[in-house]
Ligand binder design. Sequence first.
Ligand SMILES: CC1(C)S[C@@H]2[C@H](NC(=O)CCCC[C@H](NC(=O)C[NH3+])C(=O)[O-])C(=O)N2[C@H]1C(=O)[O-]
Length: 351
Amino acid sequence: SSLPTPSVTSVLAVQKQAMAGGAPGALTRIDAGSSTYRISSGQADTATHAAMDTGRRFRVGSVSKTFTTVVLMQLVAEGRIDLDAPANAYLPKPLPDDRITVRHLLSHRSGLWDYTNEMFSSTVPGFESVRNKVFTYQELIDRSTAHQVNNEPGAAYSYSNTNFVVLGQLIEHVTGVPMATHYQQRIFEPLDLKHTSYVHPQTTISGSYARGYLRQDDTTLPLVDSTEQTVSWAQSAGAIISDAADLNRFFSSLVSGRLVPKAQLQDMMRMVPVNADGTQSYGLGLRSRKLSCGVTVYGHTGTVQGYYTYAFTTADGKRSMTSMANTSNNGSVNTVLGGTLEAAFCGTAPA
Ligand SMILES: CC1(C)S[C@@H]2[C@H](NC(=O)CCCC[C@H](NC(=O)C[NH3+])C(=O)[O-])C(=O)N2[C@H]1C(=O)[O-]
């Protein structure tokens, strides 16, 4: 492709910066045509000092939202769900506003309040209070609807985990099939994503994986090992486990039309700017970022206790990158890690 060669030196510099900022380790995998770049730094386990390596699995957080969107859009293509119908037409218990459509949920324009704002207002106590809990979708939705909405349906973009918890409930209510089965049969098996799983509410990660470390709000205190958790607070909004190779294959397959028909893919990739300079946009369960070299990449980011993830691909799927740092509650590390996008797609060094 006409893209500049990825800069391994720059990826390494970004990962070293992330570690200087407090991440025990980081990994980046770039798949560019027939070339694969595997770059890892630091530790996957700070107790055993096991080295990070790009083959390790990790919790992907909100990258899960794109997987949930693929399931939903397949059901749209099958004529079972209408994007512009009220979500209440498909739910067991109505949302407070009949005007909220399925499309509003997928584009974070429903206005539904994000219950994690309250759940994690105090980072480690919040995490410790839910890490072994199992929630129903309805319990999470009820936490949201106890609060005022952020905006009228469709009136603004306001990112909310609630939207994708409602979508998980909606898909299960319409089909009578659990999300785990949809993910497995509609995505993981067809794409042969051998290292991707949805094991909610199991707390452990199987195979080779990186441990995750949550920074405390009092940053002078030691990191908290947050690896084992149910992620029941997120489920269809954030509970998938994967690795870099599988995420690269998922996003390149998505944009190459292997997961949803053209009409649905076009719907997903119809982007609305969500930041001041228009370099970041959101479509349906999908982010895009316009990079310094003029390339726009499509994918999603993830933040779950102990793990930051960037997973993006070019519009033609010919180059994909996944980058992960095994810490969270550390905004500067998250921002620094985003520099791998410029290194991978523009071949440039971090600013
Ligand atoms: C929009 C985001 C950033 S937040 C959303 C989702 N992750 C969460 O909602 C987790 C929030 C708490 C995580 C925790 N932080 C605190 O507890 C702070 N008090 C930490 O850093 O581990 C995800 O993933 N999305 C990211 C996304 O889409 O990129």
